[in-house]
Design a protein around this ligand. Structure first.
Ligand code: FES
Length: 149
């Protein structure tokens, strides 16, 4: 058994310690807001927070996540229907197109804003390495600035 803390809730997971965190989040815990894209650490669709840092969960073995605070898109807001300013900015600016990569984008953006509350365009470009096949990058950038404002 591996003990995980996901969105403030403790879970005992029966999975091999080398299993990628992404698989466990989706298959064992039903946290399907975290997406599988490339499975190779490239696209960022699987981005979650591990102790506040944005990580690509397809590249994190379960053993490395044990004891850490894991946050998924489902745990980003308080859970009583309130959205974070970042999530509201995403809606206000209609950032998503197909939407598939967007939960990873939002998790990466949330980690950026925590570390750098007023990011410049260069800060955003350096931090936001997630891939969007629809090309929503300019709206992603605008939504981050709006949330920071
Ligand atoms: Fe993890 Fe693409 S699915 S980086």
């Amino acid at each position: 058994m591996v003990e995980l803390n996901v969105n403030g809730i403790a879970h005992s997971v029966d999975a091999a310690p080398e299993t990628p965190l992404l698989w466990v989040l989706r298959e064992n815990l039903g946290k399907t807001g975290t997406k599988f894209g490339c499975g190779a650490g490239v696209c960022g669709a699987c981005t979650v927070h591990l102790d506040g840092e944005a990580v690509r969960s397809c590249q994190v073995p379960l053993a490395d996540a044990e004891g850490a605070e894991i946050k998924t898109i489902e745990g980003l807001s308080s859970g009583n229907g309130d959205l974070t300013k970042l999530q509201q900015s995403w809606i206000d600016l209609q950032v998503p197109q197909c939407g598939y990569c967007q939960s990873g984008m939002i998790m990466a953006a949330a980690a950026l804003l925590k570390a750098t509350p007023k990011p410049t365009d260069d800060d955003i470009d350096a931090a936001m390495t997630n891939i969007c096949r629809c090309g929503t990058y300019s709206r992603v950038r605008a939504a981050i600035h709006r949330a920071a404002g």
